[in-house]
Design a protein around this ligand. Structure first.
Ligand SMILES: Cc1cc2nc3c(=O)[nH]c(=O)nc-3n(C[C@H](O)[C@H](O)[C@H](O)COP(=O)(O)O)c2cc1C
Length: 367
């Protein structure tokens, strides 16, 4: 059986990026169910927690049942990545992503996440160590295989300087990374301001035109502030990335990953990728790929299905974690404030269903 390879996917890709506190198994299964994603990422998982078999880390490592899962690891030491990678490959993972973008103090202060962009030499060793571990372990499991487990990296534009990625990203490709995803902000920016897609586009040019790394060798993905498939279309055309990630834009909005819409997006990208900007029928494409308008019943079905999965995998704690998703699902509705004030306090599945049913009857909602 062929193992996962970035070369075997249908480009251009729309992806949901790894998000701590969001992309747990329940969320991944809800979005994968839409059929448009080729894979899902776990939340980031600390390599040390894996090595010490921390129960929360093991929970985070559960596979998405209905979709290929890539595990994202964070840490700061090549030896830890070596050990943790062998463990996750033993568990069944066949694709690994390394976090070089997290700006949180508790991660960066220990030399992990985006701090690795300040130490490219160490990050290089981490990528190599991860690749070696993955394939050492694969050969333990399947001694005769000639396949390779691939490693990718997700980073920001830089720490303070938004051009760090030009050197750091290239080094990670030289270390063997098969895909580079870039969030178009610096660590200093955290989540403020806007993602700078011009820099992401400049990186694509550098990789393809100056360094001549082929598409087969490495894929480049952009991330930041994309909320609709129409906006994703614009990024593909303008910046020639191989994939666009939709993170926060997918909160309460699983339809953004629907197969039908993503297939349509792919067709448009293939058709217009070489068309002059001013000759592209932007309005027509926006009508096809713009924001999806949900009816209440549809949102209710998504919310209940999602909550059931949260409960199935995490019990009551899953319902507490579901509260924020409930807020996102129903944010655009009339009287949303009233509904959300009730949903942010729920403790059980029954309570969620009761509140939604009462709201539906009270406002005689259709659709
Ligand atoms: C709540 C939250 C958690 C995140 N956790 C991670 C993470 O674990 N690993 C990672 O590489 N990026 C993480 N990110 C960054 C996202 O993957 C993404 O690059 C960023 O949110 C920009 O994209 P967006 O504007 O589409 O959300 C996180 C972002 C958010 C909002």
């Amino acid at each position: 059986m062929n193992i996962f390879s970035w070369n075997n996917l249908d480009y251009p890709l729309v992806l949901c990026p790894p998000m701590d506190g969001i992309t747990d198994r329940a969320f991944r299964e809800v979005i994968a169910n839409e059929g448009g994603l080729p894979l899902t990422y776990t939340e980031f998982v600390n390599v040390k927690s894996i090595i010490y078999q921390n129960p929360k880390a093991l929970k985070d490592l559960e596979f998405t049942s209905n979709c290929q899962t890539i595990v994202q690891l964070f840490g700061s030491e090549p030896d830890d990545f070596y050990e943790a990678t062998r463990i996750v490959v033993r568990m069944g993972y066949r694709a690994i992503d390394i976090n070089m973008g997290c700006p949180a103090h508790n991660v960066v202060d220990k030399g992990g996440g985006c701090a690795l962009m300040n130490d490219t030499e160490k990050a290089y060793r981490i990528v190599q160590s991860t690749i070696k571990a993955a394939n050492d372990e694969l050969r333990q499991i399947e001694p005769n295989t000639n396949q390779e487990i691939e490693v990718s990296c997700k980073m920001r534009l830089g720490v303070v300087n938004d051009t760090d990625v030009f050197t750091h990203g290239i080094k990670m490709i030289e270390a063997g990374a098969k895909a580079i995803a870039i969030h178009g902000r610096t660590l200093k920016q955290m989540y403020t301001g806007f993602a700078n897609w011009d820099r992401i586009g400049e990186f694509v040019k550098l990789v393809r035109d100056s360094y001549k790394f082929s598409f087969d060798r490495v894929k480049i993905f952009g991330s930041g502030d994309v909320k609709t498939l129409y906006q994703a279309f614009e990024k593909f055309i303008k910046y020639k990335v191989d994939g666009v990630m939709i993170g926060r834009g997918s909160f309460g909005n699983p339809k953004v990953f629907s197969k039908k819409s993503i297939d349509k997006l792919k067709d448009f990208v293939r058709k217009y990728i070489d068309t002059p900007y001013e000759s592209i029928p932007w309005t027509e494409i926006e009508e096809e790929l713009g924001e999806y308008k949900y009816g209440f019943k549809e949102l209710k079905n998504y919310a209940i299905k999602h909550a059931e999965l949260c409960f199935k995998y995490k019990g009551e704690h899953g319902i507490i974690q579901m509260r924020k998703h409930l807020g996102w699902y129903f944010s655009g509705l009339p009287h949303a404030k009233e509904l959300r004030s009730l949903l942010v306090r729920v403790n059980s599945l029954d309570e969620i269903k009761q509140i939604l049913n009462e709201y539906e009857t009270k406002y005689e909602l259709q659709g």
